[in-house]
Design a protein around this ligand. Structure first.
Ligand SMILES: [Zn+2]
Ligand SMILES: [Zn+2]
Length: 204
């Protein structure tokens, strides 16, 4: 696989090797790229960077009921936008928004809870833990991504929750917040799966 220096840093892959001219297979930029065939140990995790098609369930816009803070939200996006405020009426309004896009827009108009900036990543993590509850179909789909690196690649300049691949942003190293938290949840699920399997063996 060929990948540029920016993507190498973004995905935390070590050792740059002989760079050759080519096209990055992750972000599409043309320039100096690493070619993993040149590596002695070519193991690299796969990258899932489009939360659509077969991986649409990784997106916060995916339609699935998420129980969180005493309410049942139509998507994880709805719940994230809703809990930005402590106002019950505003929460209900967001919960009833017809689409996650509308919930997101409503989320920009609410009275933010004072501690929001300090808790938003933890809040997203808790929402994802509720969305991907152990033993559900959707959590099994997350487990099936194995050790793939998860990144919400986008073209709307979001380098906090994902990584934007536009001309302007693609050389920035994004935070990949959503991808990292999804990987935290997957890690927990993997641990739970191991424990359950171990228990099963003992009971046999
Ligand atoms: Zn790249
Ligand atoms: Zn951008």
């Amino acid at each position: 696989m060929k990948y540029c220096e920016t993507c190498r840093e973004l995905f935390g892959w070590s050792d740059a090797i002989d760079l050759t001219e080519g096209k990055c297979q992750i972000c599409g930029i043309v320039g100096p790229v690493n070619d993993t065939k040149l590596m002695l140990n070519p193991h690299l995790p796969q990258v899932i960077q489009l939360f659509g098609d077969e991986y649409d369930f990784l997106s916060n816009f995916y339609k699935i009921a998420v129980p969180f803070e005493g309410m049942l939200w139509p998507t994880s996006e709805h719940s994230f936008q809703g809990v930005k405020t402590l106002d019950e009426g505003q929460r209900r309004l967001i919960c009833h928004a017809a689409t996650p896009g509308k919930a997101k827009r409503l989320g920009r108009t609410v009275e933010l809870r004072e501690d929001w900036e300090n808790i938003k990543f933890n809040m997203m993590l808790r929402i994802l833990m509720s969305k991907f509850r152990f033993g559900t179909d959707i959590s099994n789909k997350l487990l099936a991504t194995g050790d793939a690196v998860l990144v919400e690649g986008n073209n709307w300049h979001d380098n906090i929750w994902g990584h934007c691949f536009c001309e302007k942003c693609r050389t920035e190293v994004g935070m990949n917040g959503l991808g990292k938290l999804l990987m935290v949840v997957r890690n927990q699920l993997q641990t739970l799966e191991t424990l359950h399997r171990g228990n099963h063996v003992l009971l046999q």
